[in-house]
Write a protein that binds this ligand. Structure first.
Ligand code: SF4
Length: 942
């Protein structure tokens, strides 16, 4: 009998065409293959050839299709017609939008450029947006690093010329022990997942230090559920144990760090605590061979870690002395810190011993000959296979800068930075702090600023102060309040602009920054500042221009909206001048390009800036005849040169004999070549140059050839950070530029040139008996800020965000499933659903970040769980600390960098009657794009 099988097409045509570009569903920048069918996006997969993800795609990345088709996409430029916050707009043409913007901005540029404050959120084009702002002439520019992880970046750069996150990575091929601090599962995403997979397959061990055991901490072999804000103390106890047991890498410290550099120990000297230097400014050490004083970098010198030197009646001790003296002190003994950290003394000792055992007893050696900057050739590369990674969990505290420095000191004492098995820099790092620009703030009406806005100060002379000593910038970055604020302080812009302190501004121009919701501390307060009017009935912040691709909460508070495209509809440049996609053994950059054309009247924001720049006659954006210089961002990416031969993209530049890497003129076919190559460019570092980069002649020469530097930049790591000491000296009364008296003690205490730990400021500002519980947020693996929680697929993973409570608090309060809690801080109160989580520090509660939404925003239904059960912890946090009774209001920030101290928050918890919805409730805002359909369907092809 014939059996009739149904006819099935087992190999349906997947797509007509594959377009390769770069994901932007989070900041990792994986390569993606976008499958097209009938001219539409059919699905997205990972690009197997791409250096970042090698084909791996996460939930966010594949859900990009829903981001691209989101009902919340803005459709056209908008002009506000109702009161601010109402969400009432009318659509206008681009001509009108640009005319309005030019009409507002041109007079400011001509008369007072500082009255424009231009701040961008999580964009990836900061070298471009800062170039625009510099040409405009305002000092008021920064991106979002001040409320993200500037502590991590600044501590890394001031200590070792590079930092975690996208600027370095563990040596995944060789590490045997990987220790992570404060890492949530989004930072990084695919690269860390892949790395942990690789090292676990080799039997390497992972230790996770985090109050919350989710994500990477959940798969760690060992979890340290530390008390928030005490990571620095825990790390210094590890340092104490390593010093006590003599398990540090003395050879590495002598050769590659300033541990042997001599420090002036005369308390009466104006140079007390400064490093001893020769007439060329080179730091001095004692050479063990000759016993003589010599610059650290001389050929054949063998720096002595212990010799002191007496000169002109002043004793100079090597930094190593000061390190030993400080950290061998019993205050850092495991027993002394255990209770405070919530980690037993035994556990601290065991981890210290494990770090030392793997670093020193499991040393690995690679057969790569290399030559160091002193001219010594080494037959092999010695590796200490312990590596570390850290992120916002240790950074977003008021003691975060010094905690991050402590972690770098731990790495360096173990000799495990830039060695096989350790932490490795990615180009364009390593780069000494002295090779970075200093901040610039000199305003001349009608002219560009005198240099780049952001940079790294070396001492009080580099602060961004006006002649009268008042802050030059609206966010008060680079002032005595936070002298080393390398990323600016975006979280202070709106409150300072509202207060007119240090001065009033006219126009606030923001890009991709949801400041009226999840990106602000004190959300309701910020909303009030954005809508507040003065006695004449005018808004206190007179004008707000905002660019976003989506109808986010911030849209309702702007006067003019410049609608951006989605990431699949635009050009972008993931540049070596900015935040590239390099690997530790390769330089790499990438592009995005419009794999689909927008079906709405929207434009890529960077292209809009090219046009606006030309209309404003900004020198960098016009030709000599006054015509527009760059037709759009693609034109800028191709033709802009930051200096001769160096442009936004390093690949396939135009050389004398054809395409050239790194250095070379503009190449009109460059973007197409990137597209043909899968959207990226990569150039591998030769084996002999792949490690020891700050000291490796081979690497330095390779980097110069590629255009990363103009000349070799050898340097040694700064265990002792002299710029910090210069601020302390000023606070002690030395020098011309003096801090205000009320800040002297704090500068002396917190800007210590060697890492210290002090309690988070909120602990000293609130009654910790009344507010005994720590409260944190983390971003989930499946979402990136507020972008993910509007995404039709990703919302099914996290539709709302309960507050997770540890067993102790759960039981003490008699909570049961389905209960709600009232959570109160010194600043505010929320009432929210709770859930039990056992793997949690016993005094900590937490929730997922940025899932709660305001009704009317993001085109979601007004009854969407994100708006009814979801919530923000932001309502409990303020940008200022509670009054201390000294007549001053102190910022809720790190005193060194100004980083927002989100994670210092203290609360109390009580069981509450379940309200109808999470509290506080906010009125719905009118959506300029309406509400999305109940049933979202996206079907392409047959
Ligand atoms: S990790 Fe980030 S960049 Fe990579 S696929 Fe996921 S969302 Fe995209």
């Amino acid at each position: 009998m014939t059996h009739h099988q149904p006819k099935l097409d087992t190999s349906p045509k997947v797509s007509d065409e594959v377009r390769k570009t770069t994901c932007y569903m989070c900041a990792c920048r994986c390569g993606i293959n976008v499958h097209m069918k009938d001219g539409k996006v059919a699905y997205i997969e990972g690009n197997r050839d791409h250096p970042v993800n090698r084909g791996v795609l996460c939930a966010k990345g594949s859900a990009g299709i829903m981001q691209h088709n989101a009902p919340s996409r803005l459709r056209a430029p908008l002009k506000r017609v109702g009161p601010r916050g109402s969400g009432e707009f009318e659509e206008i043409s681009w001509d009108e939008a640009l005319e309005i913007a030019t009409g507002w901005l041109a007079p400011l540029r001509a008369e007072a450029p500082e009255k424009l404050a231009f701040f961008t959120g999580r964009d990836q084009s900061q070298s471009f947006t800062s170039f625009w702002a510099q040409n405009f002439g305002t000092p008021n520019y920064a991106a979002h690093g001040g409320f993200c992880s500037v502590n991590m970046a600044a501590a890394g750069i001031y200590t070792m010329g590079g930092a975690f996150w996208e600027f370095g990575q563990p040596d995944w091929d060789h590490t045997k022990l990987f220790m992570i601090f404060g890492v949530a599962e989004d930072h990084d995403s695919n690269p860390i997942k892949m790395g942990i997979g690789r090292i676990k397959a080799r039997g390497a061990k992972v230790i996770g230090v985090n109050p919350i055991r989710s994500g990477y901490n959940a798969v760690a072999d060992e979890w340290v559920g530390i008390t928030p804000g005490t990571d620095g103390l825990f790390i210094l106890a590890l340092v104490h144990e390593l010093l006590r047991s003599g398990r540090i890498d003395l050879d590495y410290l002598a050769r590659y760090t300033n541990a042997p550099v001599l420090v002036n120990m005369d308390p009466d000297s104006a140079e007390h605590g400064l490093l001893m230097r020769d007439e060329n400014g080179k730091t001095l050490v004692i050479d063990r061979k000759t016993g003589k004083l010599t610059p650290f970098d001389q050929k054949g010198v063998q720096p002595d870690l212990s010799a002191t030197h007496r000169h002109g009646g002043v004793t100079h001790k090597p930094v190593m002395h000061l390190i030993a003296e400080r950290y061998l002190d019993p205050q850092y003994a495991p027993e002394a810190v255990a209770e405070r950290c919530g980690v037993t003394a035994d556990k601290i000792r065991t981890i210290a011993a494990e770090l030392a055992r793997v670093a020193f007893d499991e040393e690995i050696v690679l057969d790569h000959e290399w030559t160091d900057f002193r001219g010594e050739t080494h037959k092999t590369m010695k590796g200490r296979p312990v590596s570390f990674h850290a992120m916002r969990g240790i950074s977003a505290h008021s003691n975060g800068f010094q905690t991050c420095r402590a972690l770098h000191m731990l790495q360096i004492l173990l000799g495990t930075v830039e060695v096989p098995g350790g932490f490795r820099f990615k180009p364009p790092y390593p780069k000494p702090v002295s090779a970075h620009p200093k901040p610039h703030c000199k305003v001349t009406p009608g002219k560009p600023l005198d240099g780049p806005h952001l940079g790294y100060v070396q001492g009080p002379d580099d602060l961004a102060l006006k002649e009268d000593g008042s802050p030059a910038r609206i966010d008060k970055a680079y002032t005595w309040e936070n002298p080393m604020s390398a990323h600016g302080l975006m979280h202070m812009v709106i409150s300072n602009a509202h207060a007119g302190d240090p001065y009033k501004i006219d126009t606030l121009f923001m890009y991709m920054a949801n400041m009226s919701w999840n990106s602000s501390m004190n959300t309701r307060g910020v909303i009030e500042m954005l809508t507040d009017k003065d006695d004449s009935g005018d808004y206190v912040i007179p004008r707000i221009i905002y660019s976003d691709a989506y109808s986010s909460e911030m849209v309702a508070y702007a006067d003019l909206i410049l609608p951006d495209t989605t990431y699949l509809e635009r050009h972008d440049c993931i540049s070596l001048l900015d935040r590239p996609i390099c690997e530790a053994d390769a330089a790499a950059d990438a592009i995005r390009w419009p794999v689909v054309q927008p079906d709405r009247d929207v434009r890529g924001f960077q292209s809009v800036l090219c046009e606006l720049g030309a209309k404003l006659n900004l020198p960098g954006f016009v030709n000599s005849d006054g015509s527009q210089k760059y037709a759009d961002y693609a034109d800028y990416i191709t033709n802009h040169e930051r200096k001769p031969g160096i442009g936004p993209l390093a690949g396939w530049r135009s050389g004398e004999d054809g395409p050239s890497d790194g250095r070379g003129g503009p190449n009109k076919d460059q973007l197409q070549t990137y597209i043909d190559n899968g959207g990226f460019f990569i150039k591998h570092i030769p084996d002999a140059a792949a490690y020891y980069k700050p000291w490796n002649k081979g690497y330095q020469d390779w980097a110069v050839e590629l255009g990363l530097y103009d000349s070799p930049q050898h340097y040694i790591f700064d265990l002792y950070a002299e710029p910090l000491r210069r601020f302390q000296l000023a606070a002690e009364g030395h020098g011309e530029r003096q801090p205000p008296d009320h800040l002297r003690a704090r500068i002396r205490e917190t800007l210590d040139p060697l890492p210290i730990w002090y309690a988070p400021f909120e602990d000293g500002s609130v009654d910790t008996d009344e507010f005994p519980v720590h409260a944190l947020t983390q971003r989930p693996m499946a979402m990136y800020h507020s972008w993910g929680s509007q995404n039709a697929w990703l919302r099914q993973i996290h539709g709302h965000n309960p507050l997770y409570l540890p067993t102790k608090l759960w039981e003490a309060n008699g909570f049961a499933e389905g209960d709600w809690a009232r959570v109160t801080s010194a600043h505010g109160e929320i009432t929210v659903p709770v859930a039990h989580m056992a793997a949690l520090n016993e005094n900590t509660v937490w929730t997922w970040n940025a899932i709660g939404k305001r009704k009317g925003a993001w085109a979601l239904d007004k009854d969407a769980p994100e708006a009814t059960k979801g919530f923000l912890l932001n309502h409990l946090i303020h940008e200022l600390l509670p009054p201390k009774g000294d007549g001053l209001r102190w910022a809720n920030s790190d005193p060194v960098t100004g980083q927002a101290a989100w994670f210092d928050l203290r609360v109390k918890i009580a069981k509450a009657e379940a309200p109808a919805e999470s509290q506080p409730g906010f009125d719905a805002i009118k959506s300029p794009v309406g509400q999305g359909p109940d049933h979202l369907e996206w079907k392409v092809g047959q």
